[in-house]
Design a protein around this ligand. Structure first.
Ligand code: ZN
Length: 384
């Protein structure tokens, strides 16, 4: 079979790409995803899926979609996010919102990460629409994955969808992924007291306190790297990067305020809350001057590390169907949220991560048939 025998794939992907759904922390760039959700809902409804659109509570222009074929307990979720990152217009060779086929590739914003997954999931589902499913097939489309993961968080809160297995179609080059690190972005703010630099007693230097705090953060990092290692990752230890620092204004003023931002990428088995708590405790303990105040908070909600056991049924079946043993990736996904909903979860998709978040993002046409075949195998195994 070739892409030519799947005529709906290019036309559906073209429409999904043409429907802008950028997620950005900058409100000027941030958009809704309802265009993409409405397209998917219409296509899936035509195929006989029961379709539920769930707007996000404080962002009604963004929504999740749960489309269900068949009923009963258990079943399989094919999950993807509908949003993309912002784009750099003048670095694209063609219009990012117009799907272009050239060099055996589909070029377009979101082609690989990850609008391209949906037409393939729909193509695989089509084979099963007139078969009596013993367990439901659910196509799940989420909002806001690229920034806050608000869509996935809302699903966890709602306890939906309910199924036994989930595949997240993020770009993994057709390989099953059963582990990734978590991601936290934290901010440390230190307030001291400004004053004339000629006499240290006139103030309390937030900059010197930050120096102490940074030493403590680095010591903490070294300790957690001693405590936790996982040879399943290219970087075997949890990482902590001091990303940026701001503070002070003039050489002859005692610095009154500094701010440090860092990210921390925990391994599976490390709790984000425990890490925050431990670090905060230590930093507070290191501040000896009572004129110094220290505050730590999170810039984002954070994403837990993810690990599906190597011997779980879903991992085994995915390894069989793809011919690849399961691996880990360096990027975070919605997988831990689906796992929290009680599903065995893997990440497995047609695109390549080195194509994601890039100008001239593309999906190789040769990825389409194998992905559709793998998904058919999965549905056959878990829904029939
Ligand atoms: Zn993605």
């Amino acid at each position: 079979m070739s892409i030519r025998s799947l005529p709906n794939v290019p036309s559906q992907l073209q429409q999904l790409v043409a429907s802008p759904s950028v997620s950005a922390t900058n409100p000027k760039l941030d958009m809704g995803n309802r265009g993409v959700i409405d397209l998917l809902a219409a296509w899936l409804e035509t195929l006989g899926f029961a379709v539920e659109i769930m707007p996000l509570q404080d962002q009604p222009h963004k929504a999740n979609l749960i489309a269900t074929l068949g009923q009963g307990d258990g079943g399989l979720v094919l999950a993807g996010h509908t949003d993309t990152v912002p784009y750099d217009d003048n670095r694209w060779q063609s219009d990012p919102f117009q799907l272009q086929e050239r060099d055996n590739r589909f070029y377009g914003l979101g082609s690989t990460d990850m609008k391209g997954f949906f037409p393939l999931a729909i193509e695989a589902a089509k084979t099963f629409v007139d078969k009596p499913l013993q367990q439901p097939l659910i196509i799940l489309a989420t909002a806001d994955e690229e920034t806050s993961m608000a869509g996935a968080r809302a699903l966890v809160k709602a306890g939906l969808p309910k199924a036994r297995y989930a595949i997240v179609g993020e770009p993994t080059g057709l390989k099953p992924i059963r582990m990734h690190k978590g991601m936290m972005m934290e901010r440390l703010r230190i307030t001291g007291q400004a004053g004339h630099s000629s006499n240290p007693a006139y103030g309390a230097s937030a900059l010197e306190a930050m120096h102490t705090a940074m030493g403590e953060v680095i010591k903490f990092r070294n300790e957690i790297q001693q405590r936790y290692q996982n040879p399943g990752f290219a970087v075997e230890v949890p990482t902590l990067n001091l990303g940026c620092i701001h503070g002070g204004d003039n050489p002859n003023r005692i610095c009154g305020h500094t701010e440090l931002q860092f990210d921390l990428r925990p391994l599976p088995g490390m709790s984000m809350d425990a890490l925050r708590g431990e670090l905060h405790q230590r930093l507070k303990g290191a501040m000896t001057d009572e004129k110094i105040q220290l505050k730590m908070d999170s810039l984002i909600g954070g994403v837990d590390a993810f690990e599906e056991p190597a011997d779980s049924e879903l991992v085994k079946v995915a390894e069989q169907l793809t011919g690849h043993s399961s691996e880990s990736v360096a990027f975070a996904t919605e997988a831990p949220f689906l796992q929290q909903l009680g599903m065995q979860t893997i990440v497995l998709g047609p695109g390549d991560i080195d194509q994601a978040h890039q100008p001239d993002e593309y999906l190789g046409l040769e990825r389409i048939d194998p992905m559709v075949e793998t998904l058919k195998g999965m549905i056959g195994r878990f829904c029939l």
